[in-house]
Design a protein around this ligand. Structure first.
Ligand code: CO
Length: 283
């Protein structure tokens, strides 16, 4: 196997979004700073209610997917299709905006800690206008792959470890991304195959780890270079990190806020459709 190394670090930057939710944004923190097809990665995590309580009131998306992965706390999401679900610790909401979705994500707690991630994954031109779809995956449905020295919560994609191959909870998604939450005990080591050619990154959110001889930067996106595997070594207090990988689209990206299309004209169309109430119209 040809191990990947850290090629570039996108440092997480404190910012806020929605109606004032404090979060730490790495990919997507500056215009054009994406890792095709990953457009944005936010980590939210605070125990101060005033930093999350206002949530993300109704807002639109078109042209990509939003993945919300909760570590702690509860959020209620609702969308224009009538979907309604509570997202709890370890749960995932996988929203394919496609042609258009209008949804809200609101904390369901007055106190305590709210912690998790939101990832935006781009859709290819041929799929940007497909009907919106939504999947709610409770924590119990996410496969737990155990190995000596740690475990992986396999949200999406295929994971080959040793002689066995495991399937994530989410299937049939455009580009078949790998979304793995890797937990290593102190000193734990794991080698995970990652498709050559895929864009891959590691986001360390707890503990410390090394990858290919380098320290993995905390709470930042470590973008990986070429190769077909990733070897992670945990430090003295263990490590928790997301490993994300997907084939790049290699298409033009034109973004205006919550709309991500291929051309400026398509963005103007999205804005016009949103203003006239046709964003989420089917057929
Ligand atoms: Co949203």
């Amino acid at each position: 196997m040809n191990p990947r190394h850290i090629a570039r670090v996108v440092t997480g930057i404190e910012t806020s979004d929605g109606a004032g939710v404090r979060l730490r944004r790495s990919i997507g923190s500056q215009r054009g700073l994406y890792h095709d097809p990953f457009l944005m990665l936010d980590e939210f995590g605070t125990d101060k209610p005033e930093e999350y309580i206002a949530g993300f009131p109704p807002h639109p998306h078109r042209g990509f997917e939003t993945v919300t992965y909760m570590l702690e706390g509860h959020m209620l999401h609702e969308d224009h299709m009538g979907n309604r679900g509570e997202l709890g610790p370890g749960g995932v909401q996988w929203m394919t905006a496609g042609r258009g979705v209008i949804h809200s994500e609101m904390p369901q707690q007055q106190e305590g800690r709210l912690r998790g991630f939101q990832l935006w994954i781009n859709l290819p031109a041929a799929e940007k206008m497909k009907p919106a779809a939504y999947r709610d995956i409770p924590a119990a449905e996410i496969p737990l792959v155990r190995f000596e020295g740690g475990q992986v919560r396999l949200v999406a994609g295929r994971l080959a470890l040793g002689s066995s191959t495991h399937e994530g909870a989410v299937h049939g998604i455009s580009r078949e991304p790998l979304f793995a939450d890797v937990h290593l005990e102190a000193g734990g080591v794991v080698t995970i195959p990652v498709d050559a050619g895929a864009s891959a990154l590691v986001y360390l959110y707890e503990g410390s780890a090394r990858l290919g001889g380098d320290d993995v930067p905390p709470r930042s996106a470590a973008l990986l270079g070429a190769g077909d595997s990733v070897t992670l070594h945990a430090g003295a207090s263990g490590a928790r990190m997301l490993l994300l990988a997907a084939q790049p689209l290699n298409e033009a990206v034109v973004q205006y806020g919550p709309f991500v299309m291929n051309t400026r004209e398509e963005i103007e169309q999205a804005l016009a459709d949103y203003r006239s109430g046709r964003l989420t119209e089917t057929a």
